[in-house]
Ligand binder design. Structure first.
Ligand code: M6R
Length: 614
C-alpha cells in the first residue's frame, strides 16, 4: 500500500529518500515519486509509473539537489496507476507539493467546490484535491501554511497520512495523520519521516509516533512541534525502536517469503522466550495477567481481524472456547465495523494484526473502545496504531515480515493465542493440569519440531513441480486445521494466482465435492487428531471420485499413505498446536508453485502488505 518517506537535514535528500522508497517496496505499489526543495528554494517534482528503479532512471540528469524532500510509493485507489496520478501532487500554482496515503472520502464535494472557485485538476486523485484545498485556504485567508493545513484537514472526511513541502522553503516539512501510520525519526539536527519506521531504522532509533488528527511541523534548527486539529499544542513522546537492518534484508534467500518461512524455528522461540518457564512449563503473559479479572469475568471474547490474521483468530477462538470455556465470536473486521454489532461492556475484543495498521481492524478497535469493551491487541509491529489504540496486548515478536504473504506472523499469532488460552484456562480452572503440561511442553518443543518440518522443503519443491499445471485447488481440514486449510488456500491464491478454496473436510459433501476430478488436486490435512478417522473417510470419498490427493500426515502414518497420492509428514504435536506445524508445508507448497509459475512471490500483483485503506 502507499508509502511515505521524508527528510530534512544536511544529507543529500534524493538518495536517502530513494533508499527509503526501496525499503517500502515490499508493501506493494504501482508508481513512485519525489519532491525536492533545492537550497535556493526551487521545488522539483519527479514521478513515474512502475518500480522505484524506473524513478531512479528517470532522475538521471535531472536537478535533484537539496537536503529537504518528500517521496511516495502509490497503490492506486482513485485513478489508474500512471504518471499523472502518481504522487507528489502539486497545487495549482505549483508552490505546494503533497504526498498522501489513505482516502479522502468527501473529495468529490471538495473538488466541486474548488472547481467553482477556479481550480482545475490534472489527476483523478483525491490527494490533488487536498493540496489545492490547502492552497485555497492559505491564499483566501492569508493564514500561514500550518494553519491552512489544519483548516483543510478539519474539512476532510477519511483517512490520511500526508507530507507537504513548498517552494522557497527548504527548511520545513509539514506532516499530519489520521488513521494511517506516520512516524518521525529524530537524528542530530535532522528529521526523517516515514509511514513505516522500519524503512528509516538505519538512521535512528528515536521515533515520535504522530497521533491521530495531529499535525507535525519539522523545521530546520527547531524542536519538533505538533498541533492538534483543535489547535492545541501536542506532547512529544520519543520512543526507542530496536531493529536490525539484517531483519530487513533477504540474508541469502531468493525471496523474503522463503526467508521468513525458514526463520520460524527462531521466531517461535522469540515469541515464547521469557513467557514459558523451561523448567516448570508455567506460562505467563503480562498483558493477560495484568487484566486477569477482565478475562475471568468476560461475557464473551470477540476476535476481529482480516486475512491471515482472521484465520489465526479462528484458531484462537477454538483454543479459548476449548481451554477457557468462554464463548467466542470471530469477525471479519470489515464486517464488524459496519454491522452495528452488539458489544457489551464485559466483552473483550481481541484485535489481531501483523502490521498493526490494517484500516478495518483499526476501525473495529475504535468501535469496540467506544462501546466500552476491553480491547486487547495481538500485533507484530511494535508501536503500530493498533498496538497503541488497544487497552493492553501481547506482541508476537517475530520480527519484521516483509513478504506480502504472511507466514511467520501466522504461526506467531497462533502461538500467542495458545499461551493466552493456557494462562486464562489455568486461572479459570477450565484446563486440566495434564492438558496444561502437555500443551506448554508442546509449545516449548515447537522450535525443534519446526526445524524438523522444514526438512521436507525439497520434497515439497518436487511436489510443487507436479502440480504447477493445476488451475484450481481444494484444501480440507477439520477442527483446528479447518482454519489451517483456509490459510493454505489463501497462501496459494495470493502468490501463485491459482484459484484455491478451503473447506471443513466434512462440508465437502454438501456441494464442493461436485468439483472433484483428476484435474482438481485436493490438499487434505490428516494429522492424527480426534477426527482423524472421519478425515480418512473424506479422503476415500475424494479418491473414489478420481480426485488427486496431497495429504499432510503425522510421521509414521500408514493409513492415509495407502490411499493418498502424495503424503507430506510432519512431527506430532498436541492437537491444538497442530496448525503451527501443518501450516509450514502449506506455505512451502504455495511458495514453490508460485516460483515455478514465475510469479513475483514477495510482491504479488494487486496486493499490499499493509492494507491501510478500506
Ligand atoms: O497486518 P494484518 O495482519 O492486519 O493484515 C491482514 C491481512 O491484510 C493479511 O493477513 C493478508 O491477508 C496477507 N496478505 C495474507 O498473507
Amino acid at each position: 500500500m502507499c508509502g511515505i518517506v521524508g527528510y530534512l537535514g544536511s544529507r543529500d535528500a534524493a538518495s536517502l529518500l530513494l533508499k527509503g522508497l526501496h525499503r517500502l517496496e515490499y508493501r506493494g505499489y504501482d508508481s513512485a515519486g519525489i519532491a525536492l526543495v533545492s537550497p535556493a528554494g526551487k521545488l522539483n517534482v519527479y514521478k513515474c509509473c512502475g518500480k522505484v528503479s524506473n524513478l531512479e532512471e528517470f532522475l538521471d540528469g535531472k536537478d535533484i539537489s537539496g537536503t529537504t524532500g518528500i517521496a511516495h510509493t502509490r497503490w492506486a485507489t482513485h485513478g489508474v496507476p500512471d504518471n499523472t496520478n502518481a504522487h507528489p501532487h502539486l497545487s495549482q500554482s505549483g508552490r505546494l507539493a503533497l504526498v498522501h496515503n489513505g482516502i479522502i472520502e468527501n473529495y468529490r464535494i471538495l473538488k466541486d467546490a474548488l472547481t467553482e472557485s477556479g481550480f482545475s485538476f490534472k489527476s483523478d486523485t483525491d490527494s490533488e484535491v487536498l493540496v489545492n484545498l490547502i492552497e485555497y485556504i492559505r491564499d483566501s485567508s492569508g493564514c500561514d501554511l500550518t494553519e491552512a493545513v489544519r483548516l483543510a484537514l478539519r474539512k476532510v472526511i477519511g483517512a490520511y497520512a500526508i507530507a507537504l513541502v513548498e517552494t522557497g522553503n527548504p527548511d520545513r516539512i509539514i506532516a499530519a495523520r489520521k488513521s494511517s501510520p506516520l512516524v518521525i525519526g529524530l537524528g542530530k539536527d535532522e528529521y526523517f519521516l516515514c509511514s513505516d519506521a522500519a524503512s528509516i531504522i538505519e538512521y535512528t532509533n528515536d521515533f515520535v509516533y504522530v497521533n491521530d488528527e495531529e499535525i507535525a511541523i519539522l523545521e530546520r534548527g527547531k524542536q519538533l512541534r505538533t498541533v492538534t486539529l483543535d489547535n492545541e499544542e501536542g506532547h512529544i513522546d520519543i520512543r526507542k525502536l530496536e531493529l536490525s537492518i539484517s531483519q530487513l534484508e533477504k540474508g541469502g534467500y531468493p525471496h523474503f517469503m522463503l526467508k521468513e518461512i525458514h526463520e520460524q524455528p527462531r521466531t517461535i522461540n522469540d515469541c515464547i522466550r521469557g513467557r514459558i518457564n523451561q523448567a516448570t512449563g508455567e506460562v505467563s503473559l503480562t498483558g493477560v495477567l495484568d487484566n486477569m479479572d477482565r478475562f475471568l469475568n468476560a461475557r464473551r471474547i470477540i476476535f476481529v481481524a482480516c486475512g491471515t490474521s482472521w484465520h489465526a483468530s479462528l484458531i484462537g477462538g477454538y483454543l479459548i472456547e476449548s481451554l477457557c470455556r468462554i464463548p467466542v465470536d470471530v469477525e471479519y473486521a470489515s464486517e464488524f465495523r459496519y454491522r452495528n454489532p452488539v458489544i457489551y461492556k464485559d466483552d473483550i475484543v481481541v484485535a489481531v494484526s501483523q502490521s498493526g495498521e490494517t484500516a478495518d481492524t483499526l476501525a473495529a478497535v475504535s468501535l469496540a473502545c467506544k462501546a466500552g469493551a476491553f480491547v486487547f491487541g495481538i500485533c507484530n509491529a511494535v508501536g503500530s496504531s493498533i498496538a497503541r489504540a488497544t487497552d493492553s496486548g501481547a506482541y508476537i515478536h517475530v520480527g519484521p515480515e516483509i513478504g506480502v504473504a504472511s507466514t511467520k506472523a501466522f504461526t506467531g499469532q497462533v502461538t500467542v493465542m495458545a499461551m493466552m488460552a493456557l494462562v486464562i484456562g489455568r486461572r479459570k480452572g477450565t484446563v486440566s493440569n495434564e492438558d496444561y503440561d502437555i500443551i506448554s511442553r508442546g509449545l516449548l518443543e515447537l522450535p525443534e519440531k519446526m526445524k524438523e518440518v522444514l526438512k521436507v522443503s525439497e520434497r515439497i519443491a518436487d511436489l510443487a513441480k507436479i502440480f504447477t499445471y493445476a488451475h484450481n485447488f481444494i484444501y480440507l481440514g477439520r477442527g483446528y486445521n479447518y482454519p489451517t486449510a483456509l490459510e493454505g488456500a489463501l497462501k496459494l491464491k495470493e502468490i501463485s494466482y491459482i484459484h484455491a478454496e478451503g473447506y471443513p473436510a466434512a462440508e465437502m459433501k454438501h456441494g464442493a465435492i461436485a468439483l472433484i476430478d483428476a484435474e482438481m488436486p485436493t490438499v487434505v490435512i490428516a494429522t492424527r487428531d480426534h477426527t482423524y478417522d472421519k478425515t480418512v473417510s473424506n479422503i476415500e470419498e475424494i479418491r473414489s471420485r478420481g480426485g488427486r490427493i496431497i495429504a499432510i500426515v503425522e510421521q509414521g502414518d500408514d493409513k492415509v499413505s495407502r490411499i493418498a497420492d502424495h503424503c507430506i509428514e510432519v512431527p506430532p504435536v498436541p492437537e491444538c498446536l497442530s496448525p503451527i506445524i501443518v501450516s509450514v508445508p502449506l506455505q512451502l507448497l504455495a511458495y514453490y508453485i508460485a516460483v515455478y509459475k514465475g510469479r513475483d512471490v514477495d510482491q504479488p500483483r494487486n496486493l499490499a502488505k499493509s492494507v491501510t485503506v478500506e
